[in-house]
Design a protein around this ligand. Sequence first.
Ligand code: ADP
Ligand code: MG
Length: 335
Amino acid sequence: KDVVNKIAAGEVIQRPVNAIKELLENCLDAGATNITVSYHQGGLKTIIITDNGHGISLEDLDIVCRRHTTSKLNTFEDLKEISTFGFRGEALASISQVAHVTITSKTQEQQCAYKAEYTNGELNIDTATNQPIKPTPIAGLRGTSIRVEDLFFNIGARRSGFNNHAEESRRIIDVVSKYAVHSAGVSITLRKQSDTKTDVHTPLSQSITDNIRTVYGAKLAKELLSLEHENKQLDYKITAHFTNPNYHEKKSYFILFINKRLVEHKGLKKALSSIYDGYVPKGTHPFIFVSLTINPKSLDVNVHPTKEEVIFLRDEEIVSEIKEMVAVKVAGSDS
Ligand code: ADP
Ligand code: MG
């Protein structure tokens, strides 16, 4: 059973960045407005993520890393479905299978924070008594701090595959940048543990375009067109920001959030990128940022084990409608 759990965990958490993405999503789900992430050795040695969200109650701390635990937590099942928009994971369970996890958390109601350590989904065991070590009281503000140490310590082959910490850092910066842009109303900070300088930092801005300016620069931000649209019949809402046809980037950016999750949708990426084929020089790219909210029932998230690739149940209709709307804006601003 242990082996099965580890294999399953390895599917979800393939690299440090997968853990950071899951942890960050949890902070956002918890309604945090301030999130800081620090990491060491490309996230393999340490990841510490701290938020000011609603916290985890003392009672829930016992089981929070257990597999299939979400339904047992103090939140109602359907409330949960709404707040996570159909994306149901087992992130903490998976991470605790492949790393040492410490959680410190305080809810509004509690007098103090509690701290607990986990292995393989369970509270650590006191070797003297063979009993789980209960969460211990500790000073702290409302919110949650999760520390992940020695990722893949028990999967030697996996760990030794990560010699290039710079590459892992690059991936972490990339993903956190995208969440920082998407999360208007949330201040997100990322730094390497040893650095005072930040890799990513957004203030409490109220708009995605402000965040694009902060993260990707003013030069790009002033070239953006935007689109807002709601289709009641197909039950989705879209906000998109994309560069005008006279601008191009060396690097290709297609950033897609569906129901607040950073995901991939190959068909939509291809459709929107192709709009620019006749405009931008060969080998250069537009910048495209899309945030879509759709009824979870109209979304298939089980295309890929990490749930990173999604499709819509009415895929062709939605993709072609979005393509059409973006194409009109792009063509309309050609000069
Ligand atoms: P899921 O997010 O799909 O429920 P996770 O393993 O990511 O699964 O998280 C399990 C549960 O732990 C969450 O549902 C939430 O109740 C709680 N949790 C995790 N991280 C936080 C956090 N930063 N703040 C508050 N609650 C959290
Ligand atoms: Mg989660």
